[in-house]
Design a protein around this ligand. Structure first.
Ligand code: GDP
Ligand code: CO
Length: 435
């Protein structure tokens, strides 16, 4: 891959937000390619050889969350994931009246034989996984009936436990409703490119897709970013600006469903439910490591956190799920920013005006609290989790050696730890541009 270096870097305490990076060549050859003029390449474009990307793939788990998707669609997604990655499928498909999960598992195991792919498939409601959550001290994922809750975010958190137990260093997420296997392949390569250039054990790569194809008046139109993203990004940038005092547009991937993290970062972040999980990554990183609230992890302060945003070349095309879906997604993103202890009263006012203006909430109404927060998974005893599931058929590759593992005392949610503490919030917020 040939990729430009980030043009701008915005710093917030130890966190480095890198500007969007453009890809110039999807495949730039092997390590020892001829005709490479090295000195020139040092400047603004980096060439990442196939081998360097493969090295990262070998240490990466790719999580594919599924809920009642077409099997043909999932098959395409699996086909696009580079061979060396460990794939983990967490499905929440129906078990009754038709056992869709059973059909799905059968079909996927069959195609994986042809792909020679090692895939771990689990169901979100698996009783052993439920028991593992309970016994390891992570009941947060369970509902009143004691089952693991529905939801993509909950599936992602559950799969983060499994990815940790696989012993891999990186975890990446790929939605199962992507129509282009080529896009899936590209996203994973871009995750690898980010991690290859990162200097920190705490880093994250987010995909900023280049375009989304739509049919407009019977012509194909390639729309740039989605409407939801535009608003989420604007408010996230306003939040950063309110502390730094400088306007910024650095965040362009507030809602990036396609993202990857180092395992060290993934197990140390708090999560939130629904479609707020992705914007909450940013919020929680700022809350946890931004230096305004306490609880820094010394290694993070030393190494810093690096966030990469990479613009993909393939168009992004997934299942269309309707206008209502888009609105609730946007509201959830707004709620999670609004409820952050870092959100100043003036930014709260800005958020309200923005959602009134867009008709997402009736004028004068308050934002309802609809989201749940989940503490970082280091709060669970991961060794106990492993012990509970160790004899399950899917756990064969989840046997990382934890004999030296020490469970530190659970500390709970960052946002609860700072309750009642005095936080110096900025008095004014740069005015958002009216849309
Ligand atoms: P969008 O692409 O962000 O608009 O959201 P989608 O509805 O397409 O969901 C993203 C991915 O999460 C898809 O692959 C879904 O199949 C999957 N998904 C949705 N709900 C659940 C769930 O409850 N559990 C799991 N494991 N996956 C889910
Ligand atoms: Co989708």
């Amino acid at each position: 891959m040939r990729i430009e270096i980030p043009r701008e870097v915005e710093r917030f305490g130890p966190i480095m937000f890198h500007d969007v990076q453009k890809v110039y060549e999807l495949d730039a050859g092997l390590k020892h390619a001829r005709n490479e003029s090295k000195p020139k390449e040092k400047s603004v474009i980096r060439r990442l050889s196939y081998e360097s990307l493969q090295e990262i793939q070998e240490q990466m788990c790719i999580i594919v969350p599924i809920r009642n998707e077409k099997i043909k669609l999932i098959e395409g997604v699996l086909c696009g994931i580079p061979h060396h990655c460990q794939v983990i499928i967490v499905s929440n498909s129906d078990r009754a009246p038709i056992d869709r999960y059973h059909i799905e598992k059968d079909a996927l195991e069959h195609v994986c034989k042809f792909m020679k792919k090692n895939v771990i498939i689990v169901h979100q409601k698996d009783p052993k996984l439920r028991e593992a959550c309970e016994k390891s001290g992570y009941k947060f994922l369970l509902n009143e009936e004691g089952e693991i809750k529905n939801g993509k975010a909950e599936g992602m958190i559950l799969s983060t436990f499994l990815a940790f137990l696989s012993g891999k260093k990186y975890i990446g997420f790929i939605d199962s409703d992507n129509y282009f296997p080529g896009a899936v392949h590209e996203y994973v390569q871009e995750y690898c490119a980010g991690f290859h250039t990162s200097k920190s054990d705490y880093s994250m790569v987010r995909i900023a897709w280049h375009s989304k194809p739509k049919i407009v008046e019977s012509n194909l139109f390639f729309a740039k970013r989605g409407r939801v993203s535009e608003h989420t990004n604007k408010i996230l940038n306003a939040l950063i600006s309110s502390f730094t005092g400088y306007g910024t547009e650095i965040i362009k991937t507030g809602n990036a469903g396609e993202h990857a993290m180092t395992m060290d970062l993934a197990i140390n972040l708090d999560y939130s439910s629904g479609y707020s999980i992705e914007p909450y990554h940013y919020i929680n990183m700022l809350e946890r490591f931004g230096g305004i609230l306490d609880n820094p992890i010394p290694a993070v302060l030393k190494q810093g956190i690096e966030i990469f945003q990479i613009e993909s070349r393939n168009p992004h095309l997934h299942e269309v799920k309707g206008e209502e879906h888009v609105e609730s997604m946007s509201m959830e993103a707004m709620e999670v920013i609004y409820r952050s202890p870092l959100c100043s009263p003036s930014l709260k006012q800005e958020i309200l005006e923005d959602i009134y203006h867009r008709g997402l909430l009736a004028e004068g109404k308050k934002i309802q609290e609809t989201l749940t927060y989940y503490p970082a998974i280091v709060n669970a005893n991961l060794k106990v989790f492993q012990d509970v599931i160790k004899n399950e058929p899917y756990a064969e590759l989840l046997q990382v050696d934890l004999s030296n593992y020490k469970h530190s005392k659970a500390s709970g949610l960052q946002r609860d730890l700072v309750k009642g503490k005095k936080i110096n919030l900025p008095e004014s917020t740069p005015k958002l541009e009216a849309k």
